[in-house]
Design a protein around this ligand. Sequence first.
Ligand SMILES: [Zn+2]
Ligand SMILES: [Zn+2]
Length: 137
Amino acid sequence: MSIDEVLRARDFRVTRARQLVWEVLSSSESHLSATDIHERVHAIDDSINASSVYRALALFSDLDLVRESHLGELSTWEPAHEDEVIHLVCERCQSTTHFNTSTVDRLRAQVEEVAEFSPTSIDVQITGLCATCCSST
Ligand SMILES: [Zn+2]
Ligand SMILES: [Zn+2]
């Protein structure tokens, strides 16, 4: 389903800002901050202001279409995906890589069994240095 169809199916209007925010998010190879998103949207259509971008992100967040990750003070965004992924975040260039592992599944099972807690979402993030930054030291 395209974002237009998703929005219409839930009775939300399709706006240029919503379309462009989605286009930028889904074509990005890594997580983006709201500022990055605004810059990229603005480069495509400079009539779209930052508050439209923030409102589109808030709506996508309400609809569970995006996933927000926190890196210190900074929030980054990406299209929603399964929990069974660990985020590897580079402290230097802020790039984010997805690392697929069954560890998250095992963690969920353990939390349910041992802590008797039923997780709705699991967000594991590892910070460090990516391969590019490691080799440029
Ligand atoms: Zn890096
Ligand atoms: Zn992710």
